[in-house]
Design a protein around this ligand. Structure first.
Ligand SMILES: Nc1ncnc2c1ncn2[C@@H]1O[C@H](COP(=O)(O)OP(=O)(O)OP(=O)(O)O)[C@@H](O)[C@H]1O
Ligand SMILES: [Mg+2]
Length: 384
């Protein structure tokens, strides 16, 4: 019988490799709630470039939190819609899922009211609500979270864990509301069992203090490339569950091709699996990795192409100049020289590209590409 591939390019991985430290940090925030009845502390925010596994990390943490007896809620930051209606909907769904029955009636009614008041479909999309309305929305986020957190504690749960993906995308007013609410929860003398964990692109680091000065208490944690050991686990363990092994040589080959980039690990895993079509008890060999590589490469090219198509002309010129200088960390002055301009005049484009997660600062003001292989793609394949 042919076994289905256990790899998941583009979706949450079956096995989240190499994120033990990050998960531990989240667990300790949650433990503050269940052990002490207090908030999970200031915002904990994970940042990293596209495809490094931020959403996967948060999803894994949400799954663990549920299993650990917490109520959880998930929202995705958007700049074209208010957060509160989604938050209320998502909270209601979570509470209904947990079947509290009659006991949850009051809370559900509250959430429904908020959703109706603030979430008239289409009514406020794209419009920043000002004045009293805005204050009302801030209060609504805070009171909904507080009520749900207390409800959780009162009904045998550890507290409420709120996951906010793409935090940097959320409207500034929503980011501010969340930060204000958290500050109140953190300072509440009787404690308020709500924890907020965010994730997003590196521009998150600016998006937090932009929304509220006390956002500086936020703990920022970088989600980086996977180590070789983590890559090997990410490939081996899902196969092992289906009684399939990878030869050491096959793992070596895949590891050097993946270069620690999680999305590529999944692509290579899947493409290799399709090439090997192993049965239970079978082994994946280095030849299968090589056979699969062409298809994995094609898919990486598609990804690079879509990243490039979303850049502006000056950004593209910057990237092209940078790629022409090689794959190692590159000095800003060299890029400026290649573009026949000054380092100050490229600083804005440079920041835009960092915020979009395409390049990142290395040591001493040098820059490098965040996704392995992106430089080579621009040199060889990118239409100019
Ligand atoms: N720790 C991990 N181990 C194995 N595979 C992973 C890991 N983290 C992420 N992946 C895989 O990498 C890919 C990208 O993951 P994910 O969507 O979570 O990244 P992201 O950082 O949220 O990206 P984006 O910024 O585009 O939202 C997915 O295919 C996922 O299965
Ligand atoms: Mg994501």
């Amino acid at each position: 019988m042919v076994l289905p591939s256990p790899y998941s390019p583009g979706a949450t991985p079956g096995y989240l490799a190499g994120r033990g430290r990050e998960l531990e940090e989240i667990r300790s925030r949650l433990a503050r709630m269940s052990a002490l009845g207090r908030s999970g502390g200031p915002l904990l925010a994970f940042y990293g470039s596209r495809g490094l596994g931020k959403t996967s990390l948060l999803r894994q943490a949400q799954g663990e939190a549920r299993e650990g007896g917490y109520l959880t809620v998930w929202v995705t930051g958007r700049d074209d819609a208010d957060m509160m209606p989604e938050l209320a909907r998502s909270l209601s769904a979570e509470i209904q899922r947990e079947s509290f029955g009659e006991r949850a009636k009051g809370l559900l009614q509250h959430l429904e009211r908020v959703e109706l008041e603030l979430g008239v479909p289409g009514a406020k999309i794209g419009v920043e609500v000002a004045g009293p309305d805005r204050a009302r929305s801030t209060g609504a986020i805070e009171s909904a979270l507080e009520e749900a957190g207390r409800f959780a504690r009162g009904h045998d749960r550890g507290g409420l864990a709120v996951f906010v993906d793409e935090f940097q995308e959320a409207k500034i007013s929503d980011r501010r509301s969340l930060l204000i609410a958290l500050q109140h929860f953190d300072g509440a003398p009787e404690g308020c069992p709500v924890a907020v964990i965010g994730a997003g692109l590196p521009s998150l680091i600016g998006a937090v203090p932009e929304a509220a000065t006390f956002g500086e208490r936020t703990k920022f944690a970088e989600v980086g490339l996977l180590t070789d050991v983590a890559v090997a686990e990410a490939l081996r363990l899902p196969a092992h569950d289906l009684d399939v092994t990878w030869s050491d040589q096959a793992i070596e080959e895949a590891m050097s091709a993946a270069q620690g980039y999680p999305h590529r690990v999944q692509l290579i895993g899947e493409a290799t699996w399709e090439a090997a079509r192993p049965a239970a008890g079978g082994q994946i060999e280095v030849g299968n990795v090589r056979q699969g590589m062409e298809s994995a490469d094609q898919q990486m090219t598609t990804l690079f192409r879509s990243r490039m198509s979303k850049t502006t002309e000056p950004q593209r010129r910057f990237l092209t100049a940078m790629a022409s200088l090689g794959d190692g960390p590159i000095a800003r002055a060299e890029i400026a020289a290649r573009l026949e301009t000054s380092t100050t005049s490229i600083s804005r484009v440079r920041q835009e590209l960092i915020d979009r997660g395409l390049i990142e600062p290395a040591t001493r003001g040098e820059l490098r590409f965040t996704i392995p292989g992106f430089g080579a793609y621009i040199r060889n394949d990118a239409p100019l």
